[in-house]
Design a binder for this molecule. Structure first.
Ligand code: IPD
Length: 286
């Protein structure tokens, strides 16, 4: 089981069919990413000199959007590359909306470091129903459907159950901006956290960081500066694996706030939130 078999409905939409469609599209797009990851890639800069986009990011986003439109011409999209190309982030409405990061970990991809992924979530009535995170280089596919558990390559997964920060393996990122106040907060947090945890890892993909929490391989992940497309799928996959996703200050997670904290347990999430220096990225995604 990985979400394929169950045909539940949301607002008349067959979510089992949606899952099949997006699962197949990510497989097709994954072939393109894996092939192009064999060599370093040309890129252009978006918001700054470490916020990059490649032709593959654009081709994959188009492949996935075109593929979904063939079945569902009325569905909405919030895609990383479409949002970055001038129009801004589409408003999240109650309509079925696919939130897509075609290549999460673009910096890794540009350098042929095989740790990036496609990350796609489907929201209906603003509730995430489907999440897929797929690293095609390492054949790591994380999937979830709301209420049906989380899966790694078809096998059910659970978070680690870790409650103590002192025994936690924590992931985070430097992010894609060198904005001075943000770098100050990032560095302050790394300095504080490194002294209090088992280990701190920076692997270059926000979505895969969350997948590692779901898998029970990492115990917590936090980042202030992410976007909705980085975390939409990860949020569902972590929660379906028994973990929690909150705001890094300890409150409710807001997908448009550009802030996330995922953890194996509520105890660990709150302990980490208490330690973190807070940063509120602007503009928000809405
Ligand atoms: C970024 C990566 C990076 C994280 C950023 C993300 P992109 O996504 O996940 O590791 O620090 O916050 O926006 O630009 O590679 O799709």
């Amino acid at each position: 089981m990985s979400g394929r078999g169950k045909h539940t409905m949301a607002e008349g939409l067959d979510l089992g069919k949606c899952f099949e469609i997006i699962n197949n599209l990510t497989t097709e797009a994954g072939r393109l990413i894996a092939r192009n990851n064999e060599t370093r890639q040309d890129f252009v800069c978006k918001s700054g000199d470490i916020d990059l986009v490649t032709q593959t990011d654009q081709d994959v986003e188009k492949l996935i959007m075109d593929g979904i439109r063939q079945h569902y011409p009325d569905h909405k999209f919030i895609g990383e590359e479409e949002s970055s190309s001038g129009g801004g982030v589409n408003k999240l409405t109650d309509a079925p909306t696919w939130i897509i990061d075609p290549v999460d970990g673009t910096m890794n991809f540009v350098h042929a470091f095989p740790h990036s992924c496609i990350s796609v979530g489907l929201k209906v009535n603003k509730v995430t129903e489907i999440g897929i995170i797929y690293n095609p280089m390492l054949e790591q596919r994380f999937t979830a459907r709301r209420g049906q558990g989380a899966y790694y390559n078809g096998k059910r997964i659970q978070t680690s159950g870790q409650k103590e920060l002192g025994k936690a393996l924590v992931t985070s990122e430097f992010g894609t901006s060198r904005d001075e106040p943000k770098m100050l907060a990032v560095n302050e947090n790394f300095a504080k956290i490194a002294k209090q945890v088992h280990g701190l890892r920076v692997l270059g993909s926000a979505a895969l960081n969350m997948a590692m929490v779901a898998l029970g391989a990492a115990d917590a992940n936090y980042e202030m500066g992410i976007h909705a497309w980085d975390v939409c799928a990860g949020d569902l996959i972590v929660r379906e694996a028994g973990g929690v996703v909150i705001d890094p200050a300890g409150g409710e997670f807001d997908i448009m706030s550009r802030r996330v904290l995922a953890a194996a347990t509520p105890e660990l999430a709150q302990e980490l939130a208490k330690v973190l220096t807070q940063f509120y990225p602007q503009p928000r995604d809405d």
